[in-house]
Design a protein around this ligand. Structure first.
Ligand code: MRU
Length: 348
């Protein structure tokens, strides 16, 4: 596995350093998170985004939130810990990884409850670091399994950014691309712009170009036309949450692509780690879809586009029903439909 030419997140000098994804690709700016409020803000305002990267940031946020606790009273420390976890949970609602990372931190806390306050703090930092390393491994696993589906000469369509910028490792959907490329296959990517936040235009094209992957960007509205031409060999996207039946929440517009891919007979794959799987919900109907500020639509980059008084909605995610998905690429292998059965293996 090669090293990326940038760092999405980095723990150093007792703080979490995040590459500010709001200003990419025009500026490389780093935000230094020193407490849980910084981490919350970074997640909510999309300094860091992408389900796995949000999860790792939240884990460090939990540690940073209890680090400043003074005193030895364990009960008060526990209360503080709970407040911090509940606070960070409210940063964004859809990505499962935010919650699974906080749950991992809680498990460590519960096991360590009898220890001293300073010792618990150390274990929490260790867990955040472990989650970061784990995510790197999960990304590599996804890449290994996914790359087997890619033949040399393939053109792969992707949506949003499910790359290194969205994880602590080499990405999920893009890990499939990188791994195929590094194993000597010729691959090309068609990336959608991903309105309104432009993750595809600003982030995916940037990270792929930086890593030597040929990429062409299209507008979201060009997806149907492109798929109808017969030049796209497969679609690979990431996921924010996967329900027990295989329904997938991902960036708004994913569902459109899945429908069009089915219509044109193009295989549609989802790439995600087990930390994105939510076995507690039977279907995508139970996934909360984040509604983002309409200012992302009315004032893209500060310039007003839409007259005042127009009603607007800005859902950030949609749910792609399992029946439109050809396979889910995970660190444990590629799961095929019927997902209700195959995904059970993922849990164990
Ligand atoms: O709103 P974002 O940018 O956090 O949405 C990101 C996505 O939808 C990604 O596809 C998903 O989180 C998977 S990232 C490996």
């Amino acid at each position: 596995v090669k090293k990326m030419k940038f760092k999405t997140l980095e723990w150093k000098q007792n703080a979490l350093h995040l590459t500010d994804q709001r200003v990419l690709p025009n500026q490389i700016r780093v935000m230094r998170c020193r407490d849980e409020k910084d981490c919350w803000k970074a997640i909510r305002e999309m300094v860091v985004r992408g389900a796995p990267a949000i999860g790792v940031t939240a884990a460090y946020g939990v540690y940073l939130g209890v680090r400043s606790f003074k005193g030895l009273n364990r009960e008060r420390f526990k209360t503080r810990f709970k407040v911090v976890c509940n606070y960070l949970r409210r940063a964004r609602p859809t990505a499962r990884n935010l919650f699974s990372a906080i749950e991992s931190m809680q498990t460590v806390f519960e096991k360590a409850e009898k220890l001293g306050v300073e010792q618990i703090k150390r274990l929490l930092l260790r867990e955040a670091r472990r989650l970061e390393k784990e995510d790197q491994k999960l990304c590599e696993g996804i890449g290994r399994h996914g790359a087997r589906l890619v033949r040399s000469g393939f053109t792969i369509m992707t949506h949003c950014n499910a790359g290194a910028l969205a994880t602590a490792g080499i990405g999920t959907a893009l890990s499939v691309v990188y791994t195929a490329l590094w194993s000597g296959k010729r691959v090309e990517v068609v990336a959608t712009e991903t309105r309104p936040f432009m993750q595809g235009a600003r982030l995916t094209t940037w990270e792929l170009a930086k890593n030597g992957v040929p990429v062409t960007m299209i507008c979201d509205s060009a997806v149907g036309h492109m798929l109808s031409l017969g030049t796209i060999d497969m679609v690979v996207v990431g996921a924010d949450r996967i329900a027990a039946n295989g329904d997938v929440a991902n960036k708004i517009g994913t569902y459109n692509i899945a429908c069009l891919a089915r219509e044109h007979g193009v295989p549609f794959y989802v790439a995600a780690p087990s930390t994105t799987f939510d076995a507690s919900i039977p279907s995508g109907k139970q996934i909360e879809i984040e509604m983002r500020p309409v200012s992302e639509i009315t004032r893209p980059y500060g310039k007003r586009l839409i007259s005042k008084g127009v009603k607007l909605l800005n859902p950030a995610f949609d749910v792609t029903p399992a029946k439109l998905i050809s396979g889910i690429i995970t660190e444990k292998g590629v799961f095929k439909p019927p997902f209700r059965k195959s995904l059970l293996k993922w849990e164990s």
